[in-house]
Design a protein around this ligand. Structure first.
Ligand SMILES: C[S@@+](CC[C@H](N)C(=O)[O-])C[C@H]1O[C@@H](n2cnc3c(N)ncnc32)[C@H](O)[C@@H]1O
Length: 326
């Protein structure tokens, strides 16, 4: 596993992009206003959320090195009040709850009922009385102002239609000296865990238009310059990116194939296929994984950013303050 660090200034120099605020207007299509994040909320509330709950144990094992890296960066301690955004089935929620101990609290917010239900059940069965779960859109939920010491997320912040607006909402829930820390995927080139399965199934499916790199989705925060602009737009400062690479252990070939055909980009592609094409594509995926086996297990590389930031000094905490400042 490799750590490399780049400061905000390094990234600013990297391609000279001006760091202007980015505030996309609320989503509207024609004259009919569609509630923000509708597509992703529907996606995570239904079949996909249920699949994450089913594959929860395998996913937790697979992502463990990535959580570990994010949690080490967060370095939370006893007594703190934390928020976990897109807390899913609770992997990091539970680790955070143990780290803050009974004097601290951890709030998980998520839009997916099946994932949140599993998180609550796991917290109960571990006897963690300091965990609270909220079924809500983190972009718009009226969190108490200045309530949290740390806002954390593992792969839960890339799904907002208006990421700067959503993160501004989250920022208001942070104490002025609080910290935001999230783990997000870097690009496809450093994530064979995405590209190997997707490349294996693609030939069997109807051609798809190239994805919009800025659209909500797992890779929406791959570009650090974009993430900087978003965080600046949300009134964060002291933005820092740490690169972390790991080899993900996916289990034996059969269980790796099962996981990758149900979760992740190959699964998103397979959802568009008819039964015949799907069966062929799944066989091709399983075959492609043979090249990545070692001692009977499949290993695929993954690369993430661990991004940290602090509220900009003097940033508005209440929504009304923000409105007044305009
Ligand atoms: C890739 S999963 C990550 C789950 C969990 N953090 C983990 O690492 O296992 C993304 C999570 O973000 C949640 N999510 C997506 N949009 C959200 C929103 N607007 N507000 C809160 N949660 C959201 C999904 O329901 C899902 O649980």
């Amino acid at each position: 596993m490799i750590w490399r660090s780049a400061s905000f200034e390094d990234i600013r120099r990297y391609d000279g992009l001006p760091l202007t605020s980015e505030h996309r207007p609320p989503c509207s299509f024609g004259s009919a206003a569609i509630p923000p994040n509708s597509a992703e909320i529907a996606y995570w509330s239904g079949e996909t959320g249920a699949r994450w709950a089913t594959f929860n144990e395998q996913l937790d094992r697979t992502f463990a090195p990535l959580s570990g890296a994010g949690l080490r960066c967060a370095n939370v301690g006893p007594g703190q009040a934390l928020l976990d955004i897109g807390s899913g089935c609770g992997a990091t929620l539970l680790d955070l709850a143990e780290a803050v101990g009974p004097a601290g609290t951890v709030t998980g917010v998520d839009v997916s009922p099946p994932m949140l239900a599993l998180a609550e059940q796991r917290a109960r069965s571990r006897g963690l009385g300091n965990v609270r779960c909220i079924l809500a859109d983190a972009a718009t939920h009226p969190f108490d102002a200045a309530a949290f010491d740390v806002v954390f997320s593992r792969f839960g912040v890339m799904f907002f239609d208006d990421p700067a607006g959503a993160l501004a909402n989250v920022r208001r829930s942070l104490r002025p000296d609080g910290r935001l820390i999230f783990v997000c995927w870097r690009g496809l080139a450093v994530n064979p865990w995405f590209s190997v399965p997707a490349d294996a199934v693609r030939p069997y499916l109807a051609p798809q238009p190239p994805p919009d790199p800025d659209a909500p989705g797992p890779l929406a925060f791959a570009d650090p310059n974009r993430v900087c602009r978003i965080l600046e737009g949300a009134d964060f400062a002291d933005v820092r990116f740490d690169e972390f690479d790991a080899r993900l252990r996916l289990g034996d070939r059969r269980s790796a194939t099962q996981l990758l055909t149900h979760i992740g980009p190959a699964a998103r592609l397979l959802a568009l296929a008819d039964d015949g094409a799907r069966a062929e594509a799944e066989r091709a995926l399983e075959h492609a994984l043979t090249a990545h086996e070692s001692n009977g297990e499949v290993w695929l590389g993954a690369g993430v950013w661990i991004v940290s930031a602090r509220p900009k000094r003097g940033a508005a905490i209440a929504l009304d303050d923000g409105a007044d400042a305009d």
